[in-house]
Design a protein around this ligand. Structure first.
Ligand SMILES: Cc1ncc(C[n+]2csc(CCOP(=O)(O)OP(=O)(O)O)c2C)c(N)n1
Ligand code: SF4
Length: 300
């Protein structure tokens, strides 16, 4: 008989990653998510992307808020910061400003991001902080047992909305595009190879990149964004999609009934770090010029 307290599946998984040599980026801590949760694909995709990019674990920091998604730092072998609910982006911004050489990745759930943390997103995007934000979108609050989130669909029934959700969902992709994010893409936990490729591209982008990952919550959403439903809904972006055309990206993002997979938009522009380094140079130049002037005056 199976001992239900023993995470058999997870131990097998650990053996598999140990054999594959991926433990360099995957931590030995076993994910505590429910078996079948889409988040397993995201941790796999992240470790595969970091492995391909060959960024050193010691030079990488994963920052999260609170939620099932936010347990992520425990499962990767990088530096990590499990911060307060909704506060991943300001903490990640501080880390990047303090040490420009680090690869900084913020991770979270859509409640953490767009409810309590919603006010931080436009600022990280408009400042073009050189970091990646990977959002795990299960359209529900997982950790607190299935309440509606800002991305839940109208009419969604949960334990706390038994008479159906009356609040229209946000469209995070359209929001990020209008906030000025320099890289915006979408992936699906049910397509793990594409997901790993998208995480790779998002991290490789210089500037603020936002990856929206659709992921089923197998425990609390049995009706809307399930593997069965998402498997039918998702599509590729059209082959002729121009990822330098922000308006075309907006049009694709508006089609929520058929979520498109791929890079919606990408544009290079100076990062927050570029601007700050310039200020440091100018301030140092002014100070040096000031010192020279004072020395000249003292000598006269
Ligand atoms: C200040 C504060 N308010 C509320 C909570 C309770 N809380 C913890 S996680 C969470 C939402 C989780 O949903 P999401 O961010 O989408 O992550 P998921 O669990 O779905 O991955 C809430 C409301 C908290 N921990 N702190
Ligand atoms: S509650 Fe949902 S999101 Fe959280 S670990 Fe379980 S399946 Fe995943």
């Amino acid at each position: 008989m199976t001992d239900i307290k023993k995470p058999v599946y997870l131990e097998e998984k650990l053996e598999e990653v140990t054999q594959s040599g991926r433990l360099e980026y995957r931590s030995k801590s076993l994910p505590t998510w429910c078996p079948g949760c889409g988040y397993f694909s995201i941790v796999e995709g992240m470790t595969a992307a970091l492995n391909r990019l060959q960024v050193q674990p010691k030079d990488t920091v994963v920052v999260t808020g609170i939620g099932c998604a936010s347990r992520f730092p425990f499962f990767v072998n990088t530096y990590g910061f499990h911060t307060l609910h909704g506060r991943a982006l300001p903490v990640a911004t501080g880390i990047k400003v303090a040490n420009e050489k680090l690869t900084v990745i913020a991770v979270g759930g859509d409640g953490d991001a767009f409810a309590i943390g919603g006010a931080h997103i436009p600022h990280a995007a408009r400042r073009n902080v050189d970091m990646t934000y990977v959002l795990f979108v299960i359209v529900i609050y997982g950790l607190t047992k299935g309440q509606t989130s800002p991305t839940s669909v109208l009419g969604f029934k949960t334990g706390t909305s038994p008479y159906e959700n009356q609040d229209a969902p946000l469209n995070p992709l359209m929001m990020l595009l209008s906030y000025g994010a320099g890289w915006v893409g979408q992936a699906y936990a049910g397509h793990p190879h594409h997901l790993a490729d998208m995480i790779h591209q998002a991290i490789a982008h210089r500037g603020f990149s936002y990856l929206h990952v659709l992921s089923p919550c197998v425990t609390f959403d049995k009706t809307t964004k399930t593997y069965k439903n998402l498997g039918v809904m998702v599509r590729d972006l059209p082959e002729d999609h121009d990822d330098s055309d922000q308006m075309a990206a907006m049009g694709e993002a508006a089609r929520t009934e058929a979520p498109a997979m791929g890079v919606f938009y990408q544009k290079d522009r100076p990062t927050l770090g570029d601007g700050l380094q310039e200020i440091v140079k100018r301030a140092r130049g002014t100070r040096t010029a000031g010192k020279r002037r004072a020395a000249r005056q003292a000598a006269e």
